[in-house]
Design a protein around this ligand. Structure first.
Ligand code: IPM
Ligand code: MG
Length: 353
């Protein structure tokens, strides 16, 4: 079959890691007789430099026209250190999420048996940990109005907003994930303090009766941050609002041993976007040292979304083989580190067989 894939490499290590995922997909195309037509588009600081806009209309059109989007990373220290910058690369990512209606970010966290010793946590805590973070992605404090500064610039404010419809939509997806998995759903909020969290709880309690066979539990976010690290195995599906999901999913990545391993899927109303959960890692940009696996596994999630299940499994198998054979980048093995492109080539040739 023929598929149109938009590739948005973005900033920092984005171009290097996306290139490796494209190699893996090309190998899949050859092996399984598909053709993936890749169209590159600009986003983030790279897009600001070229057009002044972090998510240009031309990029949006390419995404809308694609069967799926493969995304690298966004962010540049030039902007991080300039709080007064009028246009920021992150606005490109947020603009893309809003315009494509990417309301749910799915972040699976599972330990790799071959990497169990790389986790900073004790083996018996992390062995067999396997859960999914479902993060709401287009609402909450990331987007709520009003936001900004007072006239005298002495006060800044952000607003967290959620509607019943937004909450229902994300909770429905989370219940469905729990249904496909181990039938346990943890709803994370701060209902002891925030009105939006109390609305989440109200909506969730109303939905429980439609999912009687799912075991639901409610957890405050501070407690969840602690339990995730202490008892990662007790989680199956964890659903939460935008900001809490951002923080908890970075925390969860520690369980697997490297942030460079975790993929994600952002499910959209128009099209879906697949991206590693890590950022643009500017210190490594252009050095060919970053771990491409999170992006290659994001490509596996992309293939699953196109219903190419055998193809996705072939990508996962090749990634697992590289980890088992310790053919890995420096974040996983300092002693015998391979470069980004060496790992990408190895995985692509493993797929080709
Ligand atoms: C993520 C990132 C983004 C976010 C940043 C780059 C705006 O941290 O995708 O988790 O906060 O959502
Ligand atoms: Mg984040």
């Amino acid at each position: 079959m023929n598929f149109k894939i938009a590739t948005l490499p973005g900033d920092g290590i984005g171009p290097e890691i996306v290139e490796q995922a494209v190699k893996a997909m090309d190998a899949i195309g050859k092996k399984f007789n598909h053709s993936f037509e890749f169209t590159h588009a600009l986003v983030g600081a790279a897009a600001i430099d070229a057009t002044g806009d972090p998510y240009p209309e031309a990029t949006h059109k390419i995404c809308l026209d694609a069967d799926a989007v493969l995304f690298g990373a966004i962010g540049d220290p030039k902007y991080d250190n300039d709080p007064k910058a009028k246009v920021r690369p992150e606005q490109g990512l947020l603009g893309m999420r809003k315009k494509l209606g990417l309301y749910a970010n799915i972040r699976p966290v599972a330990t790799f048996p071959s990497l169990i010793d790389k986790s900073p946590l004790k083996n018996d805590r992390v062995e067999g940990a396997d859960f999914v973070v479902v993060r709401e992605l287009t609402g909450g404090i990331y987007f709520g109005q009003p936001r900004g500064r007072s006239e005298d610039l002495k006060t800044a404010f952000d607003t967290s907003v959620y509607t019943v419809d937004e909450i229902e939509r994300i909770l429905k997806l989370a219940f469905e994930y729990a249904e496909k998995r181990n039938k346990r759903l943890t709803i994370v909020d701060k209902a002891n303090v925030l009105g939006t969290s109390r609305l989440w709880r109200e909506v969730a309690q109303g939905m429980e009766k439609d999912y009687k066979h799912i075991e639901v539990d409610y957890m405050f976010v501070d407690n969840a941050a602690m339990q995730l690290i202490q008892w990662p195995k007790k989680f199956d599906v964890l659903v939460t609002e935008n900001m809490f999901g951002d923080i908890l999913s970075d925390e969860a990545s520690v369980i697997t041993g490297s942030l460079g391993l975790l993929p994600s899927a952002s499910i959209g109303l128009e099209t879906s976007v697949f991206e590693p959960i890590h950022g643009s890692y500017p210190q490594a940009a252009g050095k060919n040292i970053a771990n491409p696996i999170a992006t290659i596994l994001s490509a596996a999630m992309l293939l699953e979304s196109l219903n190419l299940l055998e193809e996705a499994a072939a990508v996962r198998d090749a990634v697992n083989a590289s980890l088992e054979e310790n053919f890995v980048t420096e974040d996983i093995s300092k002693e015998s580190a391979k470069s980004t492109s060496e790992v990408g080539d190895w995985i692509a040739s493993k797929i080709s067989g």
